[in-house]
Design a binder for this molecule. Structure first.
Ligand code: S3P
Length: 175
């Protein structure tokens, strides 16, 4: 399969940012963490963008950043969990990129959520499990629609997830 970027998608706390960093380092490719880049570009944290400008504005920033990043030198892109909600985003993500869905059970997401206050959608939610379930229900089909491969991350270390992705990519390259 011919592709430009490797793009990591999946639920919040599925490990996209950490895996992306390790994957990029191992492959010797640039890392583009879309959320971090948009925070830098607008000199504002995501929490503060949500609070002061609202989710719609955040989504607009997110889509704009994604399109900018897709135009850069081939690398590893990690995306915020909600990037797939927008149809146009899904179209550009799929186009000529290898998209990896980091699939995780709710229990894994909860375990990974060390500090959920950094995630405005989850901050202050009494029942994070219920919210994550409903987000997963809304998004699972969208992640599947976009992805080239699915990697189950449950019970795997960061290192193991990265190695699994590298071996799956090698398979893709040989087909
Ligand atoms: C969001 C996930 C966050 C971030 C924003 C919205 C979402 O990224 O983009 O808070 O809608 O799921 P992570 O998936 O890295 O937590």
């Amino acid at each position: 399969m011919q592709y430009k970027h490797i793009i990591l998608i999946g639920m919040p706390a599925s490990g996209k940012s950490s895996v992306g960093a390790q994957l990029a380092a191992k492959l010797g490719k640039p890392l583009y963490d879309n959320d971090l880049l948009l925070e830098e570009k607008h000199a504002q944290s995501i929490s503060s963008i949500f609070k002061e400008l609202g989710e719609d504005k955040f989504r607009a920033y997110e889509s704009e950043m994604l399109k900018e990043v897709l135009g850069r030198e081939a690398g590893v892109i990690s995306l915020g969990g909600g990037s797939v909600i927008d149809q146009e985003n899904r179209d550009v993500i799929k186009n000529n990129n290898l998209v990896v869905y980091l699939q995780a059970q709710i229990a894994t997401l909860i375990k990974n959520l060390a500090d959920s206050d950094e995630r405005p959608l989850l901050a202050g939610q009494a029942d994070k499990e219920d919210l994550l379930k409903s987000l997963l229900q809304q998004r699972d089909d969208l992640y599947r629609e976009c992805c080239s491969i699915i990697v189950d991350v449950d019970g795997l270390s960061l290192q193991e997830i990265t190695e699994e992705i590298i071996s799956r990519i090698a398979n893709e390259n040989s087909t």
